[in-house]
Design a protein around this ligand. Sequence first.
Ligand code: ASP
Ligand code: MG
Length: 435
Amino acid sequence: MEIFVEKFGGASVNSADAIRNVEHILSLEKKKRVVIISAMGKTTNKLENIVNKWFNNQVFFTEQFEELKDFHLQLIEELFDNVDIGNTEKIDLQQSVKNIFEELKQKIKVLPNFDYNFLYDSIVSYGEILSTTIISSYLNAKKLNNRLLYAHTIIKTDNNYRDANINFSDTNREVNEQIMSLLKNFDLIITQGFLGGTKENLITTLGREGSDYSAAILAYCLNAKSMTVWKDVAGLLNADPKRVEQTIKIHTMPYTEAVELSYYGASIIHPKTIKPLENVKIPLYIKSFKSPTEQGTVICESESVNPIVPNFIFKDNQLLLSIMPKDLSFVTEISISTIFSLLAKHKVKVNMIQNSAISFSICFDDNRNILPALLNDLEKDFLVRYNEGLQLVTIRHYTVEAVNNIIKGRRILIEQKNRMTAQYLIDNGIEKLNK
Ligand code: ASP
Ligand code: MG
């Protein structure tokens, strides 16, 4: 059986019209598909705000909650505002969505809130539950017969909440038992991106923007013919068009280059996505949902990137921590290993490192839910300073011109270059002496 895995991200399902377009894309070709869907628009961010407010201040963020609820209910209203769809589906769906919101509200108030990561996954996962419930029901109403499967029953993980690790043998088993047998009777299976489940079926998440990874895991386990990610851009561009005026579309890219780009933070694909696909040589297509018949980018087993042009990756909201042993002794292997075990403990992903005799500097995404506890641990042995509000710019296949365009007139805190890649940590803020 030839199976195609396709992923629709948040921007492709953020309105009634967008969802009608998903239906249009799915009806262009008849084939066996497993479709992975993200939360609608900015839902995940809003749920994150709700969790953070509850975790930090024990305040239920009613405004944000009601806004999300209205958004989803209003969207159903618009989506089914269509003469050829029966009313019963709409009423049933509205009721289920209201129930989901009620459940969410109850959950946040009763779940133990000493473990941020656990609470986060239990709540933030509702974004995908909502989007798939709505879209599956709408497609069924439009006679695109499909089955909704819950990702936490298929994608099996450990209990490393907020960044769960896949148990591939359990996942493989579930995929074969559940998806393969359903595909005999259905052309279309729908499931949530970003979510997984522990052995006990507690919900986990795979890290922000993890839906691409979900799709790759399923493509791998299903030995899919291809995986397609539907985006609001024409394919993989050499820079984010919101940041750079003239962008260039990449036609073909080898897996290895894609891994490099996502390692440096290219947001177009989740860093873990490529590996499972590369293992079994499944091509990954990145295509525009606005022009679905146009050729996008294909990431596959090719010799080199085509075309080779400088690729820009921007990461905002970076924090640079400079860590010094309290007695101003040299930074040694021992102190570095202490620092790294603390970073691992607090789940900090390091974006850049610089070492000198008496100080060790690391740059990472600023997250105020983690920082105080990390600083607290570090300060037992070290003096710590930090700069905030920084930008990390990476240029793959850099040229003198590309570099000059980025750095001219700006204050560079750290510069690192190798044969292919130049990185600049750029300052817009002020240094803070902690304490
Ligand atoms: N909804 C999740 C997020 O926004 C996962 C995803 O979109 O890939 O991070
Ligand atoms: Mg998303």
